[in-house]
Design a protein around this ligand. Structure first.
Ligand SMILES: [Mg+2]
Ligand SMILES: [Zn+2]
Length: 195
């Protein structure tokens, strides 16, 4: 199977406003720029894959059926806007300190990325991860991809936290569309490569 490049996308604070623990798709406000970003990435032959930690399930704020329905609505909305997503992978576990199971799928652990790579035939080393939290950046590094921090959601706070830990994303972008533009510019054959 031929391997594809992917752009992994965090959900809350990256593709949509981070409103806590939405239990229903009607509570999800997708950034209009997210549709355009996914369209552009797809046009450049990137697979676009959402990787999200939905600990509200493990915390009991919503059940599996509700999360599945929310994600079905989410995927349908991107498809309707001409920006179909290639996959959506979520970790449902509450943090261990909140009584959750110790899992390998909560970011920054690489579980979701490895599963997506296996199921979708992705080459992680030429892939990207875009997200608003330190765990998104660390996840990107842990799967061997190039991490991009966005300043939407918790991005500003994350920028300071990462700096304090000496962790640097490859790039920091104002939002999802600027992140996509940076990736595409960097990938242009005539581009100047990594900065
Ligand atoms: Mg987020
Ligand atoms: Zn998990």
């Amino acid at each position: 199977m031929k391997t594809r490049r992917a752009v992994f996308l965090d959900r809350d604070g990256t593709l949509n406003e981070d409103t806590g623990y939405p239990a229903d798709f009607r509570q999800v406000h997708i950034y209009p720029a997210a549709f355009e970003a996914v369209r552009l990435l797809r046009r450049a032959a990137f697979a676009t894959v959402v990787v999200t930690h939905q600990s509200g399930l493990g915390r009991g704020y919503f059940d599996e059926g509700e999360l599945d329905a929310l994600h079905a609505g989410f995927l349908a909305e991107f498809a309707r806007r001409g920006a179909p997503l290639d996959g959506l992978y979520s970790c449902p576990h509450a943090p261990a300190e909140r009584g959750g199971a110790v899992c390998s799928c909560a970011k920054p652990q690489p579980g979701l990325g490895l599963r997506a790579a296996r199921e979708l035939g992705l080459d992680l080393t030429v892939s990207y991860m875009v997200g608003d939290k330190p765990d998104d950046v660390l996840f990107g590094l842990n799967i061997g991809a190039t991490p991009v921090l966005v300043l939407t959601g918790y991005g500003r706070r994350s920028e300071a936290r990462l700096a304090a830990r000496g962790v640097r994303p490859a790039h920091t972008a104002a939002g999802i569309l600027a992140a996509a533009a940076w990736i595409l510019e960097r990938e242009r054959p005539s581009g100047h490569g990594p900065v």
